[in-house]
Design a protein around this ligand. Structure first.
Ligand code: SAH
Length: 213
């Protein structure tokens, strides 16, 4: 499948929708306007790709709602070349948005089927993460730490200490916390031991699960 003028037009409408919902960061809006979301979705859903909704992908997971992707990305306030760790690669759509903004992206996925599919697919669109890891996001990626930002794209029952520990001073963790419903939470690391916490409203994600074995 291709990316056409029609798709670009639909993306421009989507940008208008999410900016009306409160996304203001120009870099984020430009990235949403650029990433061809229809190519990240299963063929049965491509006609809905530019609706502001989450949709099913393989392994019973979802591609996040564009507004949610934009909201989380805006909270990270990424500067070019910053190191960002993503937990929950899924379809790779959020990964592509981060790369489009100029981040160096490290991403972890625990479903083998999705990991394999997205590892093959993203480079075909010229989106090249620094590292794609099959593993457990609760552990973060200590060998590549510290990070300027960490984004969790699954609902976390608790805040994994390993993720807080892998932030630079000044770094940000964006994580939806909760079981049925999640509170989007931003942690900013002010010093070695001091973390500032902000709660930013309710969202719904698939659960962040522990290692399989
Ligand atoms: N960013 C993705 C969202 C996918 S949904 C997208 O826009 O497509 C959340 C993803 O987190 C799922 O793919 C799920 O398998 C993954 N996940 C859940 N628990 C995880 C964990 N402990 N470590 C890594 N990935 C996890």
């Amino acid at each position: 499948m291709k990316d056409t003028h029609k798709h670009q037009g639909l993306r421009n409408q989507l940008v208008k929708i999410i900016s009306e919902k409160g996304i203001t960061d120009k870099n984020v809006l430009n990235a949403i306007a650029a990433v061809p979301r229809h190519l990240f979705m299963d063929s049965g859903f491509v006609d809905f790709a530019y609706q502001d909704k989450a949709f099913p992908i393989a392994a019973d997971q979802t591609i996040s709602q564009p507004y949610t992707v934009a909201f989380q990305t805006q909270l990270l306030a990424i500067k070019p070349n910053q190191k960002i760790l993503e937990i929950g690669t899924g379809s790779g759509y959020q990964t592509a948005v981060l790369i489009e903004i100029g981040a160096k992206v490290y991403t972890i996925e625990r479903q083998l089927e999705l990991f394999k599919k997205t590892k093959f697919f993203l480079p075909k669109l010229h989106y090249k993460p620094k590292k794609m890891v099959f593993g457990d996001g609760y552990k973060g990626l200590p060998e590549e730490a510290p990070f300027d930002g960490i984004i969790v794209t699954a609902g976390a029952p608790i805040v994994p200490n390993a993720l807080l520990a892998q932030l630079k001073i000044g770094g940000k963790l964006v994580i939806p916390i909760g079981d049925e419903v999640q509170i989007m939470t931003l942690f900013v690391r002010n010093s070695e031991k001091d973390f500032e916490k902000h709660e930013l409203g309710e969202f719904r994600f698939v659960p962040m699960l522990k290692e399989k074995n």
